[in-house]
Design a protein around this ligand. Structure first.
Ligand code: ACO
Length: 325
């Protein structure tokens, strides 16, 4: 009998410190950086974001999300035999955030590693976990997206610092006789490294190069819309389905205008698109599982629904996962 993987629980966590646009605009204004709630809402759809306090790391956010997902799945840390954490803001250079989270969770002994694909990280991690569950390498996987992007932001650059937030989301992915994950599609093109990156690196005890986020927003925007449509269509083709079979689009939450353009290209009404960017900002690898968990817990998304998850991010990386919940 074919072995599939299936999401059996979702969870998420946001750090308590919430900054509305008004809060952020006031903070930036006191530093001589001019922006406005109107500009941020009109160009991005973002109304608020959450930022961590000092001493809180991606593993701490991921831990809370993981606990919530395990509780929803009716599983304990001892049931978990694989942990994959998607993050571009790891606690340390090494070991992996997955190992740190594993120890905090008390799931010691299982396989644990990080995936680094920036905002496509969760789609990448879920695809890897799906493959490992299908082959029998894992039975009960914890797939986490966790980020503290506030640590990478240049608060003197108004074109980027208003866009991002911190948070974590997680799913429990288990072996099943019925699908589950129907199809996946991943891509990358390294020639676009320069349009979205944090170019600094550690060398000889110092950070060399700029350790803050750099983005050519318009270049990212133009690339993102086409690539997301391609990934969505490729995933549907692999599963032998069409856009009419999608109950919910759960896109990476970067910008409402990118989500609107993607929905339009797929001929999906906005009522079928899960949107949390207004409350979370762009939380990179955490954004899709955060959106998914919020849709599940609100009762919007129900067991049996077909979901298309899709992400795009630095690398450039992009991909999609089609699944039945
Ligand atoms: N407040 C006020 N004005 C601003 C701000 C701000 N925060 N930021 C830029 N502006 C100004 C610019 O200086 C410019 O002024 P000018 O016309 O006098 O030169 C004007 O607004 C327009 O700037 P644009 O860059 O053309 O604005 P645009 O409509 O392209 O929106 C944005 C910028 C929001 C960054 C958009 O390009 C975008 O969303 N791009 C995609 C970004 C994205 O999705 N990134 C993440 C994807 S991958 C990942 O998640 C890591």
């Amino acid at each position: 009998m074919k072995r599939y993987s299936r999401i059996t629980g979702t969870g998420s966590y946001l750090p308590p410190r919430r900054l509305s646009n008004t809060d952020l605009v006031a903070q930036l204004s006191s530093q001589g950086v001019e922006t406005s709630d109107e500009w941020i809402v009109e160009r991005t759809g973002i109304g608020a974001r959450h930022f961590v306090d000092e001493g809180i790391f991606s593993s701490d956010l991921g831990l809370e999300a993981a606990r919530n997902a395990l509780q929803a799945a009716g599983r304990t840390p001892q049931d978990v035999d694989l942990i994959i954490v998607a993050t571009s803001t790891p606690d340390m250079v090494f070991p992996s955030t997955a190992c740190i989270l594993q120890n905090k969770l008390g799931a010691n002994g299982c396989a644990a590693f990080d995936v680094q694909a920036v905002c496509s990280g969760f789609v990448y991690a879920l695809t890897v976990a799906d493959a490992m569950v299908q082959t029998g390498a894992a039975r009960c996987a914890l797939v986490v997206g966790a980020e503290v992007f506030s640590r990478l932001l240049d608060f003197s650059d108004r074109t980027t610092c208003v866009l991002f937030g911190d948070g974590a989301g997680a799913v429990v992915l288990e072996a099943s006789d019925t699908p589950g994950i129907l199809a996946t599609d991943l891509h990358a093109d390294g020639k676009h490294v320069g349009i979205l990156c944090v170019p600094g690196h550690v060398s000889g005890g110092a950070i060399l190069g700029d350790p803050l986020l750099k983005m050519d927003g318009q270049a990212v925007f133009k690339l993102a819309v086409g690539l997301l449509e391609d990934a969505a269509r490729a995933t549907l083709d692999k599963a032998g389905l069409t856009e009419n079979d999608i109950d919910w689009l759960v896109p990476h939450q970067a910008n409402i205008r990118i989500m609107q353009s993607t929905a339009k290209r797929l001929k999906l009404p906005m009522e079928k698109v899960i949107i949390t960017v207004d409350q979370h900002g762009n939380t990179s690898a955490a954004s899709i599982p955060l959106a998914l968990d919020s849709a599940v817990r609100s009762g919007k998304v129900k067991p049996g629904d077909n979901l298309l998850l899709e992400g795009v991010g630095g690398g450039f990386t992009w991909g999609a996962v089609l699944l039945t919940l």
